[in-house]
Design a protein around this ligand. Structure first.
Ligand code: NAD
Ligand code: UD1
Length: 315
């Protein structure tokens, strides 16, 4: 059945892949995005597009009209930006989520929202299960944990069914390599492909659980189906990860290898608020949402490199 879904942040990296998948399934899609990092050209013509901020309550009310469900992805998705602009990122990352729920409280529909592995901080437990202690080390992670708490409130007080997905490090085509806040894979792919040096912050032995964007879209769609069918508890939170750890040095070598080059690595000081090891346990999400095997890293990296090869980046 064709339904209307709202995707906040739909012009962004993950959001635009989700929008394409929803349209391909025959759904109608409305996007609200302020284009701060998202791009209009990421969206096909068929999308109903509202340009503006999720913190604008009147606009959010208009965006919520007639929808069957909301995917809330809009955020300032950078740990570094949260350090530089603490209050401004908080207004969007937590205030924006509350504005979304406010717009839906008079007519509750399911909300699947993006949380982050950043809620765990430097976890002593590896791989990290959903029950691990949450000690965020950054404003970004603290706000995502706040999102989860307000989602519980949205469910218990206002009857809004919610499902949070703690994405680990997402990568793939359309992740912008040109911003200093870009994900490491997009930066490394862009530079190593061009034979340029890459900077590694710290000793490069820090590890991440890199998850391909198509697998994230599959999790988002399964989450919405699960919450609509009542198969998933209507205030649940799951990891979206692969259960495989890759160090930043290993990542640089793998990408360079796929480009047929040797990696030219320059070591630089470690970042503030940096997590040392991030490795998620994917089993709970797989069981509850019926997810398949994750895309192997080399396959996802090859797709990302191919996209960079075939898509000229605008300055
Ligand atoms: P992105 O920056 O490409 O997408 C975020 C989108 O939100 C952009 O289109 C941006 O223009 C929009 N946006 C920002 N502020 C807004 C505002 N005030 N009003 C309306 N739109 C606004 O980043 P992404 O990687 O696609 O991230 C999507 C979501 O996933 C975010 O919530 C992010 O925190 C979360 N997440 C991402 C990762 C990752 O590795 N990429 C990991 C964990 C969680
Ligand atoms: C990322 C996400 C964040 C998400 C979190 C979940 C991005 C931009 N940020 O943060 O939204 O909530 O995962 O865990 O995707 N690095 C280098 N050289 C570079 C760039 C990065 O060595 O040029 C290193 C970093 O120091 C870090 C690792 O690579 O150790 C990953 O960095 P990054 O891609 O920025 O992601 P996170 O900080 O893990």
């Amino acid at each position: 059945m064709s339904e209307m879904f709202l995707v906040t942040g739909g012009a962004g990296f993950i959001g635009s892949h989700l929008v394409a998948a929803l349209l391909a399934e025959g759904h109608r899609v409305r996007v609200i995005d302020d284009l701060s990092t998202g791009k209009r050209e990421n969206l096909p013509e068929a999308v109903e597009f509202l340009e503006g901020s999720i913190t604008d309550a009147a606009l959010m009310h208009a965006a919520a009209a007639g929808i069957a469900g909301c995917f809330h992805l809009a955020a300032i998705a950078s740990v570094e930006r949260g350090i530089e602009a603490w209050l401004a990122t908080h207004a969007v990352n937590l205030g924006g989520l509350i504005t979304v729920f406010e717009a839906l409280r008079s007519r509750p529909v399911p909300v699947v929202y993006a949380s982050s592995a950043a809620v765990y901080g430097d976890s002593a437990e590896l791989p990290i299960t959903e029950r691990a202690a949450k000690h965020p080390l950054s404003a970004y992670g603290a706000d995502k944990l706040g999102c989860e708490q307000h989602a519980l409130v949205a469910h218990h007080v206002h009857g809004i069914p919610t499902l949070g997905l703690r994405f680990f490090n997402v990568y793939g085509p359309r992740q912008d390599p040109r911003s200093p806040y870009s994900g490491v894979i997009s930066i490394f792919c862009e530079r190593l492909r061009a034979g340029e040096p890459v900077a590694i912050f710290g000793d490069g032995a820090q590890t991440r659980d890199f998850v391909f964007v198509a697998d994230v879209v599959a999790a988002l769609r399964a989450a919405m189906s699960g919450i609509k069918s009542g198969d998933v508890w209507p205030a649940a939170v799951f990891n979206v990860c692969t259960g495989r750890a890759t160090s930043v040095c290993e990542l640089a070598e793998t990408i360079a290898g796929l480009c047929g080059r040797r990696a030219d690595i320059r070591f630089a000081p470690a970042r503030k608020g940096e997590i040392r090891h991030s490795l998620g346990a994917p089993e709970a999400a797989r069981a509850a949402l019926g997810l398949g095997e994750p895309t192997p890293l080399r396959q996802g990296l090859a797709a990302t490199l191919n996209w960079l090869e075939t898509t000229p980046l605008k300055p």
